[in-house]
Design a binder for this molecule. Structure first.
Ligand code: ADP
Length: 477
């Protein structure tokens, strides 16, 4: 409720003001002198002060001067109540900073009209002040911020976003067009239009040219919906990560190089281990056989790790390769899960496949292999049950195939959902300090799924089950 402080040494004037203002819906605070008025302005923060000029003690002018000099209360609108008609007094009051005058005796219509107008002006002034402050803060922020309408036209943006995206004109600028025209975007365009926009994080890269340096931007998009649940605006946040990414590429390139170098000697080691195990170079006794078995298991793990590292570094330093083939999913899933069961060692693993015959996907097989292997191997690895039970599904939806991998393993705490897809993140490192694996499997999976035009989500019940679900466009990009 709007609160008006009335200050007048005449109680009957205060009563009259109250009688005029209250029926109009205002709450009235009263003061018969300047000192109490100042205290009330501080403690009650009224929306408007109606201040008598002629008062014993501190006069109305002096109260006004004190208000305007006090940072905490200086913005409150003040209307002087005056019986004086002299121009001189009005000039004095205006100089002291009053917003308007109301003549005594009060005319009801004039009083209410002026109060309404002053309150309105004060409201808009505050809004403009707030907007000004907001703009100043936005422009100070080094991250780029832009807001778009549902049609992707930018309606508000700060200096940083305009600089990073090299936007010069102010005419209708379509954010999607700007991104896809000048930058290589880490996820396909249709992911922005066909899939829900919640916390969508992606990279924008502008390659180096003779005139410009390379620019790496990390962007985040979020949809804002109105009460009816319709998309009302899109919030876009942008950060210049050029230095971080360049450093990362150097590291990945180094890791990629090392992995290549490791692969050749490892192949020789496993090759000779097999030759020895098969007795081609002479018969082995039991102890020698056991030693070779241990050697071959570890060499196999090492090869898997190197392959994983290579897959990982390659997708980070290169764009995805787009050679595709049509894969009949039921047969494919059976062959990939059979291989995993064969390599699961002592663990008892049961895998059920739910995929109708004839469902197929046009995709790069090597990428699909990496996605499925990482998810299913994790389902076996992070499992403490006597029998590991896994359900793999692939179901056709309009234009997409929906996949899921469900296990009966240890589960993932809710608060870890977002982080498990980070590079080198391993939940148990923070719980037991013991780590198996490398922490890059899910980072690869997410990068590949998104690069192929899909999305991945996790849902888990601690100690009971984990479901990874992802979708891929039927004709993956
Ligand atoms: P890792 O090489 O450790 O398997 P990932 O990137 O594949 O690395 O997984 C990251 C972390 O997510 C794992 O260390 C594990 O804590 C957790 N995680 C992944 N999959 C599962 C799962 N099916 N059940 C429980 N925890 C999982």
């Amino acid at each position: 409720m709007t609160r008006i402080l009335c200050v007048d040494d005449e109680p009957k004037n205060l009563k009259l003001l109250e009688a005029l203002l209250m029926p109009a819906g205002y709450e009235v605070l009263r003061s018969e002198d300047g000192e109490k008025a100042l205290k009330l302005i501080h403690s009650e923060n009224p929306d408007l002060v109606l201040l008598d000029i002629m008062m014993p003690g501190i006069s109305g002018y002096d109260v006004l001067k004190i208000i305007r000099e006090d940072k905490a209360i200086r913005d409150v609108p003040v209307v002087m109540l005056t019986a004086l008609q002299e121009v001189e007094d009005r000039v004095k009051a205006l100089e002291a900073g009053c917003d308007d005058f109301i003549s005594k005796p009060f005319d009801r219509v004039e009083l209410l009209a002026k109060v309404k107008t002053i309150l309105k002006i004060s409201y808009y002034r505050r809004q403009i002040d707030e907007k000004g402050k907001f703009r100043a803060v936005m422009d100070e922020i080094s991250d780029g911020i832009a807001v778009c309408g549902p049609d992707w036209i930018i309606t508000d943006s700060n200096a940083s976003v305009l600089r990073c995206l090299n936007i010069t004109g102010s005419a209708d600028v379509n954010l999607l067009e700007v991104m896809f025209k000048g930058y290589s975007v880490s996820i396909p365009k249709k992911n922005f239009t066909d899939l829900p926009l919640t916390d969508k994080i992606f990279d924008l890269v502008r390659g180096e040219t003779e005139a410009t340096k390379a620019l790496y931007l990390e962007a985040k998009l979020n949809a804002v919906k109105n009460q009816a649940g319709e998309l009302s605006s899109i919030v876009f946040i942008l950060r210049d990560v050029t230095e971080i990414r360049k450093e990362e590429i150097v590291k990945q390139t180094f890791l990629n190089h090392i992995s290549h170098k490791l692969r050749t000697p490892l192949m020789v080691i496993t090759g000779y281990t097999t030759v020895l195990q098969e007795g081609i170079l002479g018969t082995l006794n039991e102890k020698q056989q056991a030693a070779l078995k241990a050697l071959s298991i570890k060499a196999f793990l090492l090869i898997k790790l190197v392959e994983k590292l290579l897959g990982f570094t390659t997708i980070y330093i290169q764009n995805l390769v787009h050679s595709k083939e049509i894969i009949e999913l039921k047969t494919y899933l059976h062959s990939i899960t059979d291989a995993i069961i064969n390599n699961s060692g002592n663990k008892k693993v049961e895998i059920e496949i739910d995929c109708p015959e004839g469902v197929s996907l046009n995709v790069n097989k090597h990428y699909l292999d990496q996605i499925m292997e990482n998810l299913i191997e994790n389902a076996v690895k992070f499992n403490d049950k006597e029998t590991v039970k896994i359900l793999v599904t692939a179901i056709k939806a309009p234009g997409r195939i929906e996949f899921s991998v469900t296990d009966n393993g240890i589960g993932i705490p809710n608060e870890e959902y977002a982080r498990i897809f980070d590079k080198f993140y391993q939940v148990e490192k923070y719980i037991t300090g013991q780590v198996e694996g490398s922490g890059i499997g899910l980072a690869i999976v997410k990068k590949l799924v998104e690069g192929l035009g899909g999305e991945i989500h996790v849902n888990s019940k601690l100690g009971r089950e984990t479901i990874f679900s992802f979708s891929l466009p039927e004709k993956a990009v």
